[in-house]
Design a protein around this ligand. Sequence first.
Ligand code: TRP
Length: 452
Amino acid sequence: MSGQNPTTSKKTWANRWTFLLAAAGSAIGLGNIWKFPYIAGQYGGGAFVMLYLLCIAVMGVPLLMAETAIGRHTRLSPLNAIRKLTSDLGASKLWGIIGWMGMLAGFLILSFYSVIAGWSLSYAWDIVTGAFSGMNTDQVGDAFGGLVSSAPRQIFWHTVFMVITLVITARGIHKGLEKGLQVMMPALFALLLIMLGYSMLETGQFMRGFDFMFSVNFSKVTGEAFVAALGQAFFTLSLGMCCLMAYGSYMPANNSIPRTAINVAALDTLMAIISGLIVFPIVFAYGLEPSAGPGLLFVSLTAAFVHMPMGELFGFLFFVLVGIAALSSAISLVEPALAWLIERTPLSRTVATVILCAAIWFVGLGTVFSMSGDLTFTLFGKNFFDLLDYFTSNILLPVGGLLVSIFAGWIMKRSTLMHELGLSVGVFNLWRAMIRVIVPLCVLTVLITALF
Ligand code: TRP
């Protein structure tokens, strides 16, 4: 990102790779590697994966295009982008709620995201210091229990992750991070391929894992699974909270938005699928439960690293790279609220970042304590973390996406979007029909099903 205040900068990124990299950096993170396998495992595999792919294609890609187009057209931060468009078009100021909801969603998501990223850092440390060596699978499972039941350990790593996020955000050194990402994202990809090789060749359960992910048991295609798939599609693509609007505002005018959107969605989906194909064969080989929940990735991969040649090295690299992928997502989660604080208050970027990150850190303690069992509060059978996750992914993001689609489809001028997207008339009309009718109807249907 440019070194200037991102809210006022009209500078654009130097070349078309930079936007792709930044958007992919935001999209690829814990959502793909940690969350996708565990949610798929909880909702029975194939049925969920099918619904998820459907949501990505039908709602994800058109919305990704819409968010990016709004950002690039206005070249403003999300809240100001919406404000400017509504005043230019004479539409209601209430649309500003899109920006507010985005900030709230980013804030809440980052609070638990940081705790999970902390787990990853903790695992990197424990693996490289030999804490797992010689353990059998039960002991690896107990070790995960040991981490989540310890509030101090989780708080320590949650703090480490938040401080790194804070420093990078406060100093506006996204540029440095992006240089790093050019190396680290491919490295993460390479490591995932190595692990995929392990799952294929060493577990003896690859086909079982593959079947679990891709054979659809239609009795499991339920309303509940659909909501989860929709939430996961939005979460993994960083949709529904104006993240890509913010990034789109830096995108050079001659980049193709549709092509980039398809590339981001494809890369992101590929990472999630590979992650699932790594995790499930290991799960079956070591007698674990696919529906184990948030610990699934950590327990299954560690069980494999313990048995692998050079497992300590691979394990360390893996969890560090997952932490870095999480970092590039975390930065995009903080940006909308930070941009607003800097614009609307006299605070400097540094002070605004410190206050915001401290508040996020504090809310994150709720996730820590609900994991550790110190916070026993539940509602509808969900603890604090589950509630936060459900409310953000399955409600806030889809509602945000619904509003963006209505705004782009019914309020904005056809010619503006046509110009930004640069599609032929036929394809543009197809996109517009999706954004005006299909996306809102699908999101609404899923949400209403969820409520009843
Ligand atoms: N997409 C990221 C992931 O999969 C998380 C994320 C970053 C996100 N920015 C977002 C989720 C904005 C929702 C909205 O890990």
